[in-house]
Design a protein around this ligand. Structure first.
Ligand code: KIV
Ligand code: ZN
Length: 448
């Protein structure tokens, strides 16, 4: 009998909590590029920023709210009028805006940071949510440091904000302190004890200080949370946030244990990871689950032997299912535009025909000088070719799939194979060139 799948909402906070981490700040144009990729990835909600934090962030949230129309666009606000008004100012153009209000509730935060009593905290939270709700129909409330808050007081605050109109209550493990069994129990307790909670969405927001952000998130979902807050590559304050790609793939690979589904397009996970890393300049750790460069590499002889005989021996998911190219096309001076377009897409870039022409011209010149054009060369070249001021062509075209990009690149001809420079698979071994197209290289230097 098929297990019923429960739909989980993916709330991506790469552009807010992720962007707050050292070395990860992004300007408006960079945020927009990431937002386009998140849209392609299929996230349900993009938290685009914290509008009161700076004029730049305000403009970035507004630009994203204007341009990205499918997902809900959220903006963060402290529990005060000025923040909420500023957030609304940036968000009101959105097709589906959400105001995200937060206020700390733990005694440690109340005493040392906010210097207010529990009663004052409860009143501020209630008033802030009521005000946000008077502006926007979709309001999320987060009791910051929830996992170190007295559970009884947490229940009272959540009851108050639900009564005031919150539509989502997010439970943050702000300092990455909780452990899976405890966090699951907390969610279960809230579901039992908070009046009206059955009418709102419960969300989990976990930090990774003890390396348990994803495990804690999964425990929350198992206990009834239906929204997960996460970031690409797990970037975020200190040790980071729960990693989007790990949550999504845990649900996919272990459907037997986690009968939940998301709307994420798996093949866009690796491109999203690459794009973010390229924009922030923060590399992905090589052994990072799902998107690290070693995640699908096999070095040990016994493993290589097993995988060659059958990938199932040592691979629990296929590289293609997360968008990692299965066989690396070696890009050299004989490569065509089609191969170049596909490699660019694998790195998170889609170009229209004119933009690709530009890149291709420079690529051939470079390939003439160096034998193999590696990914970092290509990224450099893309950056050079599309310096924001000089670029007349938008960097991203709303081309939905690799097929579409390839079709555009090959001038409406049917897709061809690329018997280019020797191809290798993930083990660095040569792979045979299909014999039905022995030297099919029609687009070599096309358009130059
Ligand atoms: O970690 C946290 O508590 C937050 C809130 C603002 C949701 O990021
Ligand atoms: Zn956070």
């Amino acid at each position: 009998m098929a297990t019923e799948q429960v739909r989980i909402t993916v709330f991506d906070t790469t552009l807010r909590d992720g962007e707050q981490s050292p070395g990860c700040s992004m300007n408006q144009q960079e945020k927009l590029r990431v937002a386009h990729q998140l849209d392609r990835l299929g996230v349900d909600i993009i938290e685009a920023g914290f509008p009161i934090a700076s004029d730049g962030d305000f403009e970035a949230v507004k630009a994203i709210a204007t341009v990205i129309r499918r997902p809900i666009i959220a903006g963060l606000a402290r529990a005060c009028r000025a923040d909420i008004e500023r957030a609304w100012e940036a968000l009101k153009v959105a097709a589906r805006p959400r105001i995200h209000v937060f206020l700390a509730t733990s005694d440690i935060h109340l005493k040392y940071k906010l210097r207010i009593t529990r009663q004052e905290c409860l009143e501020h939270a209630r008033e802030a949510v009521a005000f946000a709700r008077s502006l926007c129909a979709d309001v999320e409330f987060s009791p910051e440091d929830a996992t170190r808050t007295d559970p009884e007081f947490l229940c009272r605050v959540l009851e108050a904000v639900i009564e005031a109109g919150a539509t989502t209550v997010n439970i943050p493990d702000t300092v990455g302190y909780t452990v899976p069994a405890e966090f699951g129990e907390l969610i279960a307790t809230l579901r039992r004890r908070v009046k009206g909670i059955e009418n709102v969405t419960i969300s989990a927001h976990c930090h990774n200080d003890l390396g348990m952000a994803v495990a804690n998130t999964m425990a929350a979902v198992a206990a009834g949370a239906r929204q997960v807050e996460c970031t690409v590559n797990g970037i975020g304050e200190r040790a980071g946030n729960a990693s989007l790609e790990e949550i999504v793939m845990a649900m996919r690979v272990r459907r037997d244990r986690y009968p939940y589904e998301t709307a994420i397009a798996g093949e866009h996970l690796f491109p999203a990871s690459q794009l973010l890393s390229e924009i922030t300049g923060v590399p992905v750790q090589p052994n990072k689950a799902i998107t690290g460069r070693n995640a699908f590499a096999h070095e040990a002889g016994i493993h290589q032997d097993g995988v060659i005989k059958n990938p199932l021996t040592y691979e629990i998911m296929t590289p293609q299912s997360v968008g990692v190219p299965d066989s690396k096309l070696v890009l050299g001076k004989h490569s065509g535009r089609h191969a170049l377009a596909i490699r660019c897409e694998q790195l998170g870039y889609q170009f229209d025909r004119r933009a690709l022409d530009d890149i291709y011209r420079r690529f051939v010149r470079l390939a003439d000088k160096i034998k193999h054009v590696e990914d970092h060369h290509l990224l450099e070249l893309i950056r050079e070719t599309h310096k924001p001021a000089a670029s007349a062509t938008p960097l991203f075209e709303p081309i939905a799939t690799a097929v579409a990009a390839a079709a555009a690149a090959s001038c409406h001809e049917s897709p061809r194979v690329f018997p280019l420079a020797p191809q290798t698979n993930v083990f660095g071994m040569s792979v045979p060139i299909p014999i039905d197209h022995p030297h099919d290289q029609e687009d070599y230097l096309w358009g130059v």
